[in-house]
Ligand binder design. Structure first.
Ligand SMILES: Nc1ncnc2c1ncn2[C@@H]1O[C@H](COP(=O)(O)OP(=O)(O)OP(=O)(O)O)[C@@H](O)[C@H]1O
Length: 237
């Protein structure tokens, strides 16, 4: 059963100072079945992050639709869902990992991971235990657990980001370059967690420049390049 259906999706951005509109992506169609891992590849600027952000409802489509089959609400059109539904989905069903850490200020790494677990209904003691286990798994130095992440290195921030999103075991996990600045060992840790999530039924959609990382993980890869080449061939005929 499809958990995500992207139908004729297109997104434009206004460039205010030039008084122009730029079409970032157009005619995107793909479906993702429950439990699949779909990779998105393509050259820089081809619109990969735009698609992922639209699946998280950070952006609204200008053309077409994105349907998400929610565990709680059933099949919903993401652009029409009320804000409170989106807040619920982000807390309980859809996780998003970007290369950038965007968290509440003055919360320690431990508090942030714990908060994610409390939102999923864990009690305080279990959330504490699980948070420590997760921070350990991602090899975040225990000296950092009770400090604010604004001073963390890029790799530490990224590992905390992945920890916060994966600890919730979301139904759908969106990954925007989650291994971008990680060394081989940390990449291995991320891969381990992705494999575990996939085995437990999580659906994953991810952007990876590291093609090797996707090897053996993805069910199929949506290549932006092929998509647009396909479109121009269709135009010519
Ligand atoms: N908020 C925005 N406002 C204006 N233009 C944007 C915005 N977000 C993205 N764009 C533009 O849309 C196009 C697609 O950007 P996007 O970030 O989706 O590409 P990408 O394939 O993820 O690139 P990369 O691999 O470099 O991260 C780019 O030309 C970008 O400049």
């Amino acid at each position: 059963m499809a958990i995500i259906e992207v139908c004729d999706f297109g997104k434009n951005f206004s460039i205010h100072h030039l008084n122009k509109t730029m079409q970032a992506v157009k005619n995107i169609n793909f479906t993702v079945e429950e439990g699949q891992f779909v990779g998105i590849t393509g050259k820089s600027g081809s619109g990969k992050s735009t698609i992922l952000k639209s699946l998280y409802r950070t952006y609204l489509p200008d053309e077409g639709y994105i349907y998400y089959d929610s565990g709680r609400f059933g099949r919903i059109n993401l652009s029409e869902a009320p804000e409170r539904t989106i807040v619920y989905l982000r807390k309980h069903e859809i996780g998003y990992v970007s290369q950038f850490l965007n968290v509440m200020p003055r919360r320690t790494a431990r508090e942030l991971v714990k908060q994610a677990l409390l939102e999923m209904g864990e009690d305080n003691a279990a959330a504490n235990r699980e948070a420590e286990k997760t921070l350990n798994h991602f090899q975040l130095d225990p000296k950092l657990w009770d400090t604010y992440p604004n001073t963390f290195s890029g790799g530490e921030k990224l590992r905390l980001n992945v920890a916060m999103a994966t600890v919730k075991q979301p139904r759908l996990l969106l990954l925007d370059e989650p291994t971008a600045s990680l060394d081989q060992q940390s990449k291995g840790k991320v891969r381990e967690v992705i494999e575990k999530l996939k085995a437990s039924g999580t659906t994953l959609i991810g952007i990876f420049h590291d093609i090797e990382f996707m090897d053996g993980l993805t069910d199929y890869v949506f290549d932006m390049q092929t998509h647009y080449e396909g479109m121009s061939i269709a135009h010519e005929s």
